[in-house]
Write a protein that binds this ligand. Structure first.
Ligand SMILES: C[S@@+](CC[C@H](N)C(=O)[O-])C[C@H]1O[C@@H](n2cnc3c(N)ncnc32)[C@H](O)[C@@H]1O
Length: 301
């Protein structure tokens, strides 16, 4: 039987988001990137967006808030890796001390059982705990920084973003949303929007629509000898997206870190040089970045 006052005995996955927020005793504050999910149907679906073969034995949640998604993740956290009799474990990072304390109280049984670990801190600074996948309704003010902290870890991710950001992540060459974000994210993972979420699903409502993105780690279809140079090169070229690739390479040596951008232009395929950065497939950026590595004498940046 559920104890309505604390929710402590409620089965995981059943907690009412509005009741959680009331028990937490503090209202979500949009100035602190706090927009809590209050639509049960969305909350129930999110853990199921992990890829079928994902190891769900130790998910990480970033920004637990009042725990509506934490509750669903505790319900969904699979038996631990090799030993199917050992329940899985969830780690949550939450910056706000009031909500971090509340999560420990609300889910005290899971904490005592060693199934839940609440880390109070800034997700951009804290050491990440070991995790097998990450599922989170991210704080939008730092969603890009958090995503690019997680993507190189090579784990499946299911993350809520502002819809416009999500569209840029998944865009393909030639589309208007295609840019540095698309190439950089798709360098690490296959990226897809799995659900669009209206403002009404949150309290307080954010200014814009949201979308849930699934990132399934995989190797890219190209090889790069210097990943940092590749990512800098992509960043540099997209600062000049209306120029030809030829001019973009020449104008951005200070960003890509090339001593001799002209040497790259001289060695590159004429057809590529005449195109605009927004039409180049990731593999074409990789081919140019390889030339840059060989001919452009990259300096330390
Ligand atoms: C969009 S809310 C999501 C809350 C809850 N998971 C939900 O879905 O209702 C984002 C949460 O991230 C927390 N947060 C904001 N910035 C953070 C940061 N830099 N590191 C960790 N948590 C942060 C906020 O306090 C808030 O609880």
């Amino acid at each position: 039987m559920t104890d309505i006052s604390t929710g402590e005995a409620a089965a995981y996955g059943d907690r009412d988001p509005d009741a959680l927020a009331r028990r937490a005793g503090e209202r979500a504050n949009p100035d602190r990137d706090q927009h809590f999910l209050v639509d049960d149907r969305v909350l129930d679906r999110i853990p199921g967006y992990l890829p079928d073969d994902a190891d769900a034995s130790h998910p990480l949640e970033i920004g637990g808030g009042a725990g509506a998604l934490t509750d669903r993740l505790l319900a969904a956290t699979a038996a631990d890796g090799d030993d199917q009799n050992v329940p899985g474990r969830l780690s949550v990072i939450e910056r706000d001390g009031t909500f971090a304390d509340f999560l420990r109280e609300e889910f005290a049984t899971a904490v005592d059982d060693g199934r839940l670990d609440v880390i109070q801190g800034d997700a951009l600074d804290v050491d990440l705990p070991p995790f097998t996948a990450c599922v989170a309704n991210l704080p939008y003010g730092v969603s890009s920084e958090i995503a690019f902290r997680l993507l190189p870890e090579g784990k499946p991710l299911v993350l809520m973003f502002q819809a416009e950001f999500a569209e840029r992540m998944v865009a393909s060459a030639g589309e208007s949303e295609y840019g540095r974000l698309s190439v950089s994210a798709q360098h690490y993972a296959a990226v897809e929007i799995v659900e669009r979420v209206p403002k009404e699903a949150f309290d307080p409502q954010p200014a814009v629509e949201s979308a849930v993105v699934r990132c399934t780690p995989r190797d890219p279809e190209y090889e790069v000898g210097d990943e940092a140079l590749f990512l800098r090169f992509v960043k540099a070229l997209f600062t000049q997206r209306r120029k030809t690739v030829r001019n973009a390479i020449r104008n951005t040596g200070h960003i890509s870190g090339l001593d001799d951008p002209d040497a790259v232009v001289e060695a590159a395929d004429e057809k590529l040089l005449g195109r605009r950065p927004g039409t180049l497939e990731p593999s074409a950026f990789a081919a140019l970045a390889e030339l840059a590595r060989e001919r452009g004498a990259p300096t330390e940046v």
